[in-house]
Structures are given as structure tokens and as C-alpha cells.
Design a protein around this ligand. Structure first.
Ligand SMILES: C[S@@+](CC[C@H](N)C(=O)[O-])C[C@H]1O[C@@H](n2cnc3c(N)ncnc32)[C@H](O)[C@@H]1O
Length: 214
């Protein structure tokens, strides 16, 4: 559960055009209250030449799932995308606060909405779906895959960034996630050399999924 919004500390994220976005994190609360490394890696990846240094996102409709602080979606909105940033209902106030704190930098648009995987759908056409470090919860693997499927059209591109974890049940969860994803999507790992040159790490992967053609 997210804590009340009083005690926050800021993670500054410098963009390629030297704009600094300030993402507020909660001192106390569940895992989504802070910016995870996978979110930083994905936020910086969408500014690389793979996205024409962010130009490609201008005017595109994006859904972020399991957004936590909203970091990735806010960077996408800064780059000009129209972004719906989602998480469990408890996280919506934190995402709203971060949208508000960065509103002067946002060139596109950003709105926060509750979306519980597998239960809710926000009907729209999305060019991209973004998710960072969401392969994390045993009970939520199937609902997460369902949420991705529910929001994908034929040509939606999904970018899934996650930190590879080797302890506990995490390797098993990652295998289960990819097994379900591969039944429905063609997958491609983005090689490390195409990640941002500073914000990259051997154990943080970015995958692109597109629906298998029927
Ligand atoms: C490890 S955190 C990552 C947060 C953020 N994407 C980041 O990388 O900084 C996982 C996020 O998934 C969200 N989450 C977990 N189960 C969920 C569910 N069933 N439906 C929607 N979001 C969920 C959590 O609330 C949390 O914000």
C-alpha cells in the first residue's frame, strides 16, 4: 500500500536536452514508491536513436503499466507523447503529484489512472506499452500478461524492461512470464549496446513484444 504523500525525496533525471525532471518518491511504502533501476534504463532508452532521440514519441499514445512513481511515462510525456500512466489505485496520488510537479516540462500530455492487471482495461489505441520491473509478483504474472494482451492492437509495440534476479522464486517467475508472452507475441531483446550508454547494466534487459500474426 502507498503511504500518504507527506515525506518525499526526489530523484532527478536529466534528459538529453538538459531538462531536469524531478520524480518524487515516498520515504515509506510499498515497492512502487521509489524509482527502480529498470525504470531509469527504460526512461533513458526512449531517448536513444532507436526512438530518434525521443522524436518518434511525439504525438504517440502510450500506456504505462505498473508505473509506481510514473517516471517512465512522465519522460515519454516530456518527449511529446500522450501518456496514460497506471498502477494500483493506491499509487495514483503519487503519479498525479509527479505529473503536477513536472507539468511545465511536459510537451505532450500525461494522466494518471488506476489499472489493476487482469481486471481493468482502458479502451484506447496505444502505439506503445511501457513497463519497468513488473515481473515481480508470483500472483500477478498471468494478470500482467492478460493486461498486456488486453491493451495491444496488432501493431502496438510493447517495451518491457526488467532486472534479472537470481534469488528466490524470481527466475521461475521470469520463465513463466516469458513462456506466456511467447505464446502470444514475437519477442526481440534489445542488445545492450543500443541502451543508453550510461544508463545500462548487464542484468537489466529490455524486450520488445509485438502480437503474433494470426
Ligand atoms: C517493482 S515496482 C516497479 C515500479 C516502476 N515501474 C519502476 O520501475 O520504478 C512494480 C509495480 O507494479 C505495481 N503492481 C503490482 N501488482 C499490480 C497489479 N496487480 N496491477 C497493477 N499494478 C501492479 C506495483 O504497485 C508497483 O508500482
Amino acid at each position: 500500500m502507498a503511504a500518504p504523500l507527506q515525506n518525499t525525496f526526489v530523484r532527478e533525471i536529466e534528459t538529453n536536452t538538459d531538462e531536469v525532471l524531478c520524480i518524487h518518491q515516498l520515504e515509506v511504502g510499498d515497492v512502487g514508491c521509489v524509482v527502480w533501476d529498470a525504470a531509469l534504463v527504460l526512461s533513458k532508452y526512449i531517448e536513444t536513436p532507436d526512438f530518434k532521440n525521443g522524436e518518434l514519441l511525439k504525438g504517440k499514445k502510450i500506456l504505462e503499466l505498473g508505473a509506481g512513481t510514473g517516471c517512465v511515462g512522465i519522460i515519454a510525456a516530456y518527449l511529446g507523447a500522450e501518456v496514460t500512466i497506471t498502477d494500483l489505485p493506491d499509487f495514483v496520488p503519487l503519479i498525479e503529484m509527479n505529473i503536477d510537479k513536472n507539468k511545465s516540462a511536459i510537451k505532450g500530455s500525461a494522466r494518471a489512472q488506476p489499472l489493476t492487471w487482469g481486471q481493468d482495461t482502458i479502451a484506447d489505441y496505444y502505439h506503445y506499452i511501457l513497463l519497468a520491473d513488473c515481473i515481480y509478483y508470483e500472483e500477478s504474472i498471468e494478470p500482467l500478461v492478460k493486461a498486456i494482451i488486453d491493451h495491444c492492437r496488432e501493431d502496438t509495440e510493447v517495451f518491457c524492461c526488467y532486472e534479472e534476479r537470481t534469488t528466490g522464486n524470481k527466475p521461475q517467475l521470469q520463465r513463466k512470464f516469458f513462456q506466456l508472452i511467447c505464446e502470444n507475441f514475437d519477442t526481440e531483446e534489445i542488445p545492450l549496446e543500443r541502451h543508453d550508454s550510461l544508463f545500462r547494466s548487464e542484468d537489466i534487459h529490455i524486450y520488445k513484444f509485438v502480437r503474433k500474426k494470426s
